[in-house]
Design a protein around this ligand. Sequence first.
Ligand code: ZN
Length: 254
Amino acid sequence: MRDAEGNDEIESLSALIARSERIVALTGAGISTESGIPDFRSPGGIWTRYKPIEFGDFLASAEMRRESWRRKFATHETMQKATPNAGHRALARLVELGKMPAVITQNIDGLHQASGVPDDKVIELHGNTTFAACLDCRRRYELDWVREVFAVDERLPVCTACGGHIKTATISFGQSMPEAEMAKAHEVALTADLFIVLGSSLVVYPAAGFPVMAKRNGSRLVIVNREPTDQDDLADLVINAEIGATMSRAVGVN
Ligand SMILES: [Zn+2]
């Protein structure tokens, strides 16, 4: 299966895509690093330099809430400037063709939506950092507004409707997984006839459970990642290469 020749691997992937009808993707940090978004978990990444702020600490401490906004705005510009790459566009094309019912993602950058995948077809397991929301009533707030509030003596944003704490719409360490998204991901994984993992090292659960679930239910499994993963032995095809270059050729988009 794993030819030394990259070309043959891409042809194999292309053939699998051609004969599959329900392709589900699971994407991780690796697809977004190709858009210039650093992998926060990688060595030197922000999460290895700073201790992550646990959800309980965010709730309990105003200073922790200020610190989380300081960190957010320190990386905000990089996030804002990032645009989808060929990997994102290849998936958007498969969605457009009706072959991909959903993209499950561990990423929080909103680049799948930016590449044209409709909101309801992106399943965000870790939430979204491109906007904020009230923790109590879920009312949405834009980051530009939060930044204006915070710019005045690091004043903490508070929900104008209910007075609740406002936080980026991400799932923090210590925060429970979003139930609706988990249920959707589970359901869609079980209907896949081809499951493609892109840029995830498959070490973070529950995300890493979905390819196993799909495979056990009869789906084929392809892993495209720069580095080997724990599930390579389970896969029908493993490609250790750049996602953009691989997927654009396999799907036939630029
Ligand atoms: Zn509220």
